[in-house]
Design a protein around this ligand. Structure first.
Ligand SMILES: [Fe+2]
Length: 496
């Protein structure tokens, strides 16, 4: 292995930092590396060809007020695989906010757990306003370009998916009518090359939906009128429809009048789904109602005769109560603990003829961050690959392959003190229409606080419980984070 530190960012975080989401598995990275021909335990399959990308949150400066783990600056970690070898790079996303705070030598904006009024600058990003667009939430590769986005809406930053060179902002965001830009998550349909997008804001109509074509042109955008400001985080699609949502978890309207953005769950209100043909107009939107919940992520959607089927993670307790005796810091972050939220795979069925909604839980297992084989996104499918959470924390302690047709589950636990990342499916090189849906691999990066290191693990997707078939050593322990993606080499249009 050859590894080089190519940049070091000057951090102003306190040396004795004790914040639970800036230490341990969440200790931020401030160095940027290039590392080639990484050391491997086991064997990297010769037919694993592509790029794994992971976005993470890495605060550089002490926060103004309370720090939330989603406030940190976006950093991509890249592991590329070809010919049985692996390379690694990591780079901060060069956002405007990162640059401006770097020049100031301090944080300029408050995060999700403070109020906009305490930001040092009047301007900023996000549906809340006066936030930093950290571009730290999602990563996806579209039209050969890695795109990062932020959960509170903002710009979409472009990077080369293998060199991680900055490529500026996606130009189509400026044409999208949402005043706050684009939200994580954008959704890629490999079948058409289209990217489906949405944005939300506190201004009427409160949500917009759009389509970016395979060449990176915004070709469709419509209003999705809502009854008021909402907090959607994800959308879904089938072959013919886009599905957006109006969930009964949103900023308390009474508090909003005083400039305070306090999410409040309304268990007396239904969950509402907007079903619209992918190139449909506002007038074509059909609304379906279901039991109240909050859903962070959808798994997949597909059409089945008159029915539109949607799978996602139903939170059985979207607003967990404080628990007696729980440490204050742990109590504060209970709303990002999958186990407190009781997030479980769930299926909604919308009848496009009668307007009927049916719904059912798919398993009792608490898990989230589901990935599928992207080649069948929007179509009937069998397998999802999901993360389980360490109780009390936003940390992934295990991986579950869920057969949504038979209901069986196969599990791998990373071990005490070892945490994985979102784990996408990597189809075997040459994967085609005749291949089995799970003919490929699963790739994840671990943060091992016991051994103070990180590995990129490769699993055979047909034998998850057997554990990784290859462990690739990274040059430095990487912080935990949020979303990841896999892009086959064939989609990059270049050799690795
Ligand atoms: Fe997300």
């Amino acid at each position: 292995m050859t590894s080089t530190v190519v940049n070091t960012f000057a951090s102003t975080l306190p040396a004795d930092d004790a914040h639970p989401y800036r230490t341990g598995a969440w200790q931020p990275n401030h160095r940027e590396w290039d590392a080639f021909d990484l050391e491997v335990e086991g064997e990297i399959p010769a037919d694993l060809e592509g790029v794994y990308l992971r976005n993470t949150e890495n605060p550089v400066h002490e926060s103004i007020g309370m720090y939330h783990p989603f406030d940190g600056d976006g950093m991509l970690h890249m592991v590329s695989f070809a010919g049985g070898k692996a390379n690694y790079r990591n780079r901060f996303v060069r956002t405007d906010g990162l640059r401006m705070e770097g020049e100031a030598g301090e944080a300029l904006w408050t995060g999700a757990y403070d109020v906009a009024a305490n930001s040092k600058r009047e301007d900023g990003w996000g549906a809340r306003g006066r936030m930093k667009d950290a571009s730290s939430t999602d990563v996806i590769v579209h039209n050969g370009i890695a795109l990062t986005s932020f959960w509170q809406c903002g710009d979409v930053y472009q990077m080369d998916p293998t060199t991680l060179a900055e490529m500026g902002k996606a130009p189509w965001v400026g044409q999208f009518p949402s005043p706050t830009g684009v939200s994580a998550h954008t959704k890629l349909d490999e079948a058409t090359g289209e990217l489906l997008i949405f944005g939300y804001s506190t201004e009427q109509p409160f949500m917009h939906y759009g389509v970016v074509d395979a060449q990176g042109n915004l070709v469709h955008a419509i209003d999705v009128p809502l009854p008021g400001p909402r907090l959607p985080h994800d959308m879904a699609f089938s072959t013919n429809y886009a599905i957006l949502n109006d969930l009964p978890m949103f900023w308390d309207p009474a508090m909003l009048e005083f400039g305070a953005h306090v999410p409040k769950y309304h268990p007396d209100m239904p969950t509402r789904f907007a079903v619209v043909p992918r190139r449909g107009r506002t007038e074509d939107i059909r609304w379906f109602e279901a039991d109240p919940t909050y859903v962070l992520h959808w798994i997949n959607a597909y059409e089945d005769g008159d029915w539109l089927v949607l799978d996602g993670f139903f939170q059985h307790d979207p607003s967990p109560a404080k628990q007696e005796g729980m440490p204050k810091m742990m109590s504060l972050y209970r709303s990002i603990d999958l186990n407190r939220l009781q997030a479980r795979p769930h299926r909604w069925r919308f009848n496009l003829v009668t307007g009927e909604t049916r719904e059912e839980s798919l398993t009792d297992t608490i898990m989230e961050f589901g990935m599928i084989n992207p080649a069948i996104a929007g179509k009937d499918y069998r397998y999802s690959y999901n993360m389980t959470g360490k109780p009390g924390w936003f940390l992934f302690d295990g991986l579950v392959k869920h057969d949504v047709q038979s209901g069986t589950e196969e599990r791998y636990m990373f071990g005490d003190g070892v945490f994985g990342s979102e784990t996408p499916f990597a189809p075997r090189a040459g994967f085609g229409p005749e291949s089995a849906e799970d003919d490929g691999y699963l790739v994840t990066i671990t943060t091992d606080v016991n051994r103070n290191l990180s590995e990129c693990l490769v699993f055979d997707a047909t034998r998850v419980a057997d554990g990784p078939i290859a462990r690739v050593r990274l040059p430095e322990r990487v912080s935990s984070g949020t979303h990841s993606c896999w892009t086959p080499a064939a989609h990059l249009g270049r050799s690795l």
